[in-house]
Design a protein. Structure first.
Length: 214
């Protein structure tokens, strides 16, 4: 497994097992940090709720735990979309082979992003532990949407996606039997579009925080 991160070309040249097992496992592993972060955020919000919403406060942490299910489904859909786009673009470049192989490559290529997810989870948990007590939900939102925090998250996400593109490019070149340059283009287009969407979403968060103070 380490080889796919350090020498993806050799890894995919020697890979003889293709299927959805690895992608599904990687996606599940990626869904865990998101659920943990949501749990920690909702737990921090709980004491800030007004007395009349105390019962809701008891439920909030549970919502964070069970969010792993919809998060997994959303990530699975994104995985299928990315795999489909890469398969179509590489096909336009003359790529051959089954969608199953493309999906396997994409699944392995998500491992760096899974690593990034756990780094972001650790940073979020540490950040919340050092934040102290908040006076209001608006103050909490302002803290979580601080621009420096958002920018750091965007940079870490970008690093993970660039690493994933490198893995996908080598894998797609091999399983689709096309030039590396064409495989790179096939892999980069959906990945950069997703990165742009991620950065846009993160960039929008400070605006949400400012609305909370109205």
């Amino acid at each position: 497994m380490i080889e796919v991160l350090s020498n993806p070309k050799k890894f995919f040249e020697n890979l003889d097992s293709f299927g959805m097992k690895v992608p599904l496992l990687v996606i599940f592993v990626m869904a865990i940090p998101s659920a943990v972060i949501q749990y920690e955020v909702l737990k921090a919000i709980k004491p800030l709720l007004p007395p009349e919403m105390s019962q809701l406060g008891d439920v909030l942490p549970l919502i964070g735990i069970f969010s792993i299910i919809p998060t997994y489904i959303i990530m699975l859909i994104l995985f299928l979309i990315i795999s489909g786009v890469i398969h179509l673009i590489s096909g336009a470049f003359g790529g051959e082979g089954e969608f199953r192989k493309t999906a396997t490559v994409v699944g392995y290529g998500l491992i760096p992003y899974a690593i990034v997810s756990y780094i972001q989870m650790a940073i979020s948990i540490y950040s919340l532990s050092q934040a102290g007590e908040f006076a209001s939900i608006q103050e909490f939102i302002a803290y979580m949407t601080d621009w420096n925090r958002i920018a750091s998250s965007a940079i870490i996400s970008a690093a993970g996606i660039v690493w994933s593109i490198a893995i996908w490019s080598h894998g797609i070149a091999i399983v689709r039997k096309i030039e590396f340059r064409k495989a790179l283009i096939s892999s980069a287009i959906p990945a950069l579009l997703y990165l742009a969407y991620t950065i846009y979403t993160l960039y929008s968060l400070p605006n949400v925080g400012s609305m909370g103070g109205i």
